[in-house]
Design a protein around this ligand. Structure first.
Ligand code: UFG
Length: 338
C-alpha cells in the first residue's frame, strides 16, 4: 500500500527539523509531496530542513500556532512529532514535559479544529505501555506508562481520541519503538544535544575510545541489560506515507505499533557496533537509569494488516552501518584511536 505520488500535496510536519521529522520530510518529498515544517528549533536543526518551507512555531504559544495554521489554510494533513523525548530527563522535569508535550499538543489540536486541517498522524511511543510481561506487545494491552514521558504521550493519545469523537478529527497514532540509523544517502541523521541514546553514544565510544555507561546489567533479560526493538528511521518515515494513504482510503481512527518485532540487548548492540566499526567499545556498568523498562518489542501484525507496512531498512547491521556512516560524515576530523 505504499503511496507512489503525493502529487504536490502540502503536509504540515510539526517537529520536522528533528531526527525523525527530517527523515519524514525527505520521504514525503521523495514521494512528490511538499513538507511544511513547523518547529521551534529547541532540539531540531535548521540545516535538516531541505525539502520545503518552514515556520518558526512554538506550540506553547497558542496564538502563534493558530496564526501558522491560518497561513497554510488549505493543508489537510498534519504529522505531529514535536515533543520532549528523553525519558530520564522527564523524571526530573515533569513540568517541562507536560507543558511541551501535552499543553503544546492541546494548542495544536485547537488550531487544527479552527482550520481545515482535519487529519493527524501522531508520533506516540511504546513507552505508553509501561512494563508489559506479555511480549511482543500488542496494541490491545492496557497502557500503564511508568515514565513521565510515556504518561505525557498517553495523555495526548486520549486528547486526540476526544477530538476525534467531538470534532471529527481523523487520526492515526503511531507507537514507535526505538528509532535508529540514518538516511542511507548521508543527508541527515541523529544529532541530539546532549546525546542520550544508546547507538550514537556507543559509536562515540568506539570512535574516540571514551568510556560509555551501561545503565544496569541486572534486568530480567538474556544478559541482564535492557532490550529494545530498534527500527530504522527510514522505515518509520515510510510508515507515515502508508498512514497518509490509509487516511485517504477512509481510515478515521487507529493506533498502531511501528517496530520490527525483534529485540536486542544493550550488549548485543555493542557487539554489532564493534563488528561494523572495527573498534572496541569500552564501558562501565552503572546503576539503572530512571524510567527505563526492561524489555520492549512490538507485535507488528496490525501495522502490516491496516497499513500494509513492512520494514525494509531495519536489519540491525544496516541500522548501525547507516548510523556509523553519518557519524563519520559529520566528524570531519574523525581520527579514532583503537
Ligand atoms: N543506554 C545505555 N547507555 C547509554 C544510553 C542508553 O546503557 O549511554 C541504555 C538505556 O538504559 C536503555 C537502552 O540503552 O536500556 C536504550 O536507551 P535509549 O536512550 O537509546 O532509548 P530509550 O529506550 O530510553 O528511549 C527511546 C526514545 C524515546 C522512545 C523510546 C521507546 O528516546 O523517545 O526509545 O523505547 F519512546
Amino acid at each position: 500500500m505504499r503511496l507512489k505520488n503525493l502529487n504536490g500535496r502540502p503536509i504540515i510536519v510539526v517537529g520536522g527539523a528533528g531526527y525523525i521529522g527530517s527523515h519524514v520530510c525527505k520521504t514525503i518529498s521523495s514521494k512528490g509531496g511538499i513538507p511544511i515544517v513547523f518547529d521551534n528549533f529547541s532540539a531540531g536543526h535548521e540545516h535538516s530542513i531541505k525539502w520545503g518551507p518552514n515556520e518558526l512555531v512554538d506550540l506553547r504559544d497558542s496564538q502563534a500556532t493558530l496564526n501558522a495554521f491560518e497561513k497554510y489554510k488549505s493543508v489537510e494533513t498534519v504529522i505531529h512529532l514535536a515533543s520532549s523525548i528523553e525519558v530520564s530527563h522527564g523524571e526530573n522535569f515533569p513540568s517541562e514535559f507536560y507543558t511541551n508535550n501535552v499543553l503544546g499538543t492541546l494548542n495544536l489540536l485547537n488550531a487544527m479544529k479552527n482550520t481545515n486541517a482535519k487529519k493527524i498522524i501522531f508520533s506516540s511511543t511504546c513507552a505508553t505501555y509501561g512494563e508489559i510481561d506479555d511480549v511482543p506487545i500488542m496494541e490491545t494491552v492496557t497502557q500503564n506508562p511508568s515514565s513521565v514521558y510515556g504518561k505525557t504521550k498517553l495523555a495526548i493519545e486520549h486528547m486526540i481520541e476526544s477530538f476525534h469523537k467531538a470534532y471529527s478529527l481523523d487520526y492515526i497514532i503511531l507507537r514507535y519503538f526505538n528509532a535508529a540509523g540514518a538516511d542511507p544517502e548521508g543527508d541527515i541523521g541523529e544529532e541530539h544535544d546532549p546525546e542520550t541514546h544508546l547507538i550514537p553514544n556507543a559509536l562515540e565510544a568506539a570512535a574516540n575510545g571514551k568510556l560509555m555507561e551501561i545503565f544496569g546489567d541486572d534486568y530480567d533479560t538474556i544478559d541482564g541489560t535492557c532490550m529494545r526493538d530498534y527500527i530504522h528511521v527510514n522505515d518509520i518515515a515510510a510508515a507515515h506515507i502508508n498512514s497518509i494513504k490509509a487516511q485517504e482510503n477512509g481510515l478515521v481512527s487507529a493506533d498502531i505499533n511501528i517496530g520490527t518485532g525483534t529485540a536486542y540487548s544493550v550488549f548485543q548492540i555493542i557487539n554489532m557496533i564493534e563488528k561494523v566499526t572495527g573498534y572496541n567499545v569500552k564501558y562501565k556498568i552503572c546503576k539503572r537509569r530512571a524510567g527505563d523498562l526492561s524489555k520492549l518489542y512490538a507485535d507488528t501484525s496490525k501495522a502490516e494488516m491496516i497499513l500494509g507496512f513492512k520494514t525494509k531498512y531495519s536489519d540491525l547491521e544496516n541500522i548501525i552501518q547507516t548510523a556509523w556512516n553519518f557519524y563519520k560524515n559529520k566528524n570531519e576530523r574523525f581520527n579514532p584511536k583503537k
